[in-house]
Design a protein around this ligand. Structure first.
Ligand code: UGB
Length: 431
């Protein structure tokens, strides 16, 4: 009689040959034996499949556990400490995109006045992540903990709300840049639409629901040519996918306000610039090229008209963000149910004095004491708009928003930071 092992794994192929000279009894036994062999094989296959599936699920949960850069007692302690409020009537704010340009400045300002701040950032490589790491070091040195994770990770967001009952969310994480949308359209959908919805889903279910202030964009005015741009102007003619995703964000947040009672404030930022800024923006890349003796490309609009932007200094934007948080009002929902109407607001945060791009270059030349090599070309069809100009009367009334830094002064501060950050101050000739 072969052992079970021999039956399952016959050592000699063809061992079970049919012997036609055997009796019926023997044949019956054979038949029974082959049926039980098949049964055992089936059992074996079922067991193999089951153990494979449970191994897979172990590997999946294990890899999530091991690769996660969040979770654990120590991590929760850091999150709690960072969220601690140090002033009476203060708030605890989750700042998404905290390692970004505006996120860093807003987080620091909140922390400095005694609010609790926890940052979230995915440190993507849209531009050099080492700048994001440097900003994070600055935040850490002021007691702001930045969680590394993606907005689309609903489990992480839910965990953060388990650990801290955030009163506010300052949502600044986004795929920025107008022209890059032609290169990588899906990154805009991933961050500005899918990520936004993931965040809103978690906020709507949180107890208590936080109030949300988030970054929309001046680009939603698109081809609007009524100046200055007012919040009631047309925003249904976006010129870029970036603008379209920001406009979609305004509609999506409206839905969550309407159904779930989330307090929403959308801020239309107008070309924000300043120290610790974004290297993909014109003032930043122009500075780099001018210092390196490389040419800069200046776009020109229809009929050779110069392009113009309502460049807005970062400190003014920070004041607008804090004013929005302070006046946000409360969300009215609880556990996904609305109990009353909550505020839904949209504000322009601009400077109210547009400057032509060639004038921006003149100012940089003066601060850098280096002449730019200008390459003037007709604006390609890349999503750019010819000009922006903010009417800020709503923000003035509701938030006390009043920009105080002109481009000349703001760029001086930017250039000082740029030279110091890149070590130019230690080199001869650029004092
Ligand atoms: O307010 C916003 O909502 C947006 O502001 C910013 O977009 P923009 O106003 O387009 O800023 P930015 O790229 O600095 O170009 C400035 C000017 O320089 C011109 N420009 C640009 C590059 C170049 O090589 N040459 C050039 O002439 C260019 O044609 C333009 O006229 C943010 O990036 C964006 O994320 C969003 O927040």
């Amino acid at each position: 009689m072969p052992s079970l092992e021999e039956e399952l794994f016959p050592s000699t192929p063809g061992k079970f040959k049919i012997d036609r000279g055997h009796s019926m009894n023997r044949q019956f036994h054979r038949c029974f034996a082959s049926t039980s062999t098949m049964f055992l094989w089936a059992l074996f296959l079922i067991a193999l499949t089951a153990s494979y599936l449970s191994f897979q699920s172990f590997v999946d949960s294990g890899s999530r556990y091991f690769s996660a850069s969040w979770g654990g007692i120590q991590w929760e302690k850091q999150v709690r400490n960072s969220a601690q409020i140090h002033r009476s009537g203060g708030m605890s704010v989750l700042v998404t995109g905290a390692a970004g340009f505006v996120g860093t400045h807003v987080s620091l300002a909140l922390k400095k006045r005694g609010d609790g701040v926890v940052g979230l950032d995915n440190f993507n490589n849209y531009y050099d992540p080492s700048l994001k790491r440097a900003r994070t070091s600055l935040l850490n040195s002021h007691g702001v903990f930045v969680v590394e994770g993606d907005l689309n990770d609903g489990k992480l967001l839910a965990k953060l709300f388990d650990v801290v009952a955030f009163t506010h969310v300052m949502h600044l994480a986004a795929q920025a840049g107008v022209r890059y949308a032609m290169e990588n359209p899906n990154s805009y959908v991933h961050s500005n639409i899918a990520g936004l919805v993931t965040l809103l889903e978690v906020c709507k279910s949180a107890k208590p629901q936080p109030a949300i202030v988030w970054a929309s964009s001046s680009s939603v005015y698109g081809l609007n040519d009524k100046v200055p741009f007012s919040e009631s102007d047309r925003t249904d003619q976006p010129a870029s996918l970036y603008a379209a995703t920001k406009k979609a964000g305004e509609e999506i947040t409206h839905t969550y306000n309407h159904i779930y009672g989330l307090s929403i404030t959308g801020l239309r930022f107008f070309t924000v610039y300043g120290p610790w800024g974004r290297p993909d923006m014109a003032y930043f890349s122009f500075t780099r090229n001018i210092l390196q003796g490389k040419p800069i490309t200046i776009y020109r609009g229809k009929n050779r008209a110069d392009l113009a932007r309502d460049f807005t200094y970062i400190d003014d934007i920070v004041k607008g963000c804090l004013g929005s948080l302070d006046t946000s009002g409360e969300s009215t929902g609880s556990g996904g149910k609305k109990t009353g109407n909550a505020p839904y607001r949209i504000f322009n945060l601009g400077n109210t004095s547009p400057v032509k791009v060639p004038e921006l270059v003149n100012i940089l030349e003066r601060h850098l004491k280096v002449k730019a090599k200008r390459n003037i070309v007709d604006m390609p069809g890349n999503g750019d708009v010819p000009f922006t100009h903010a009417n800020i009367s709503h923000a003035q009334r509701a938030l006390g928003y009043k920009p105080t830094t002109d481009l000349q002064t703001g760029l001086k501060k930017f250039v000082r930071w740029y030279l110091s950050y890149h070590g130019y101050n230690n080199r001869k000739g650029l004092q």
